[in-house]
Design a protein around this ligand. Structure first.
Ligand code: FE
Length: 198
């Protein structure tokens, strides 16, 4: 198990955000880096892969010092799903283990939310993006009711602290702040225990 892939990924995203490109470019290049990160499931520390029978887990892997971005390990227990929700910032999703279904929602002319098209199945290694500009509201669920799935998410803010909304059926939007499931962070920075990253 080695953390250097995550450390390198964080550096890539930080460099990208430093360049302050247009959001579409940031998403394109961010997705390339994320696709690379989730290509092999050999780097996520076990402590960030632990499901809870209560609800899906959101473990913070990294938060930028200036809260320009964050990286989260999203761990689905069997059959778990999110409510319909938004993000309010750009977000990148890459499936590391198992698979998930994402159902996008759009507003009609009267402002009512509707499921848009069919659920999209994201398999191991697949990536996708959300943002207010390209579609920000969805519901996501584990594709399996008998195994854990894990996806790695990157957001354009410290997502655990962002005020956003869930959208209950036939009820007004409900404000929420997701927080994080972990009370500690991985040690990304001790370089003494592994060979130098290639
Ligand atoms: Fe989401």
């Amino acid at each position: 198990m080695t953390i250097h892939k995550l450390r390198r990924f964080v550096g890539t995203i930080a460099a990208l955000v430093d360049e302050a490109p247009r959001e579409s470019e940031l998403i394109e290049h961010g997705l390339e880096a994320l696709r690379d990160l989730v290509r092999e499931d050999d780097w996520l520390p076990d402590a960030y892969a632990v499901p809870s029978p209560e609800r899906y887990q959101q473990y913070l892997l990294y938060a930028d010092a200036r809260q320009r971005f964050s990286v989260v390990s999203f761990v689905w227990g069997p059959g778990q799903q999110t409510p319909v929700h938004d993000h309010t910032v750009w977000g990148l999703i890459g499936v590391l283990r198992g698979a998930e279904y994402a159902q996008p929602y759009v507003r009609d002319a009267a402002g009512a939310l509707h499921a848009h098209g069919a659920e999209v199945r994201l398999r191991r290694g697949d990536v996708e993006a959300v943002s207010p500009a390209i579609g920000d509201i969805h519901r996501v669920r584990n594709a399996y009711d008998d195994q854990v799935s894990i996806s790695i998410h990157v957001y354009g803010a410290n997502i655990g602290a962002v005020r956003r909304s869930t959208y209950p059926h036939d009820a007004p939007p409900k404000p929420f702040i997701s927080g994080y499931s972990n009370d500690f962070l991985p040690n990304l920075w001790d370089l003494s225990k592994e060979p130098a990253a290639s």
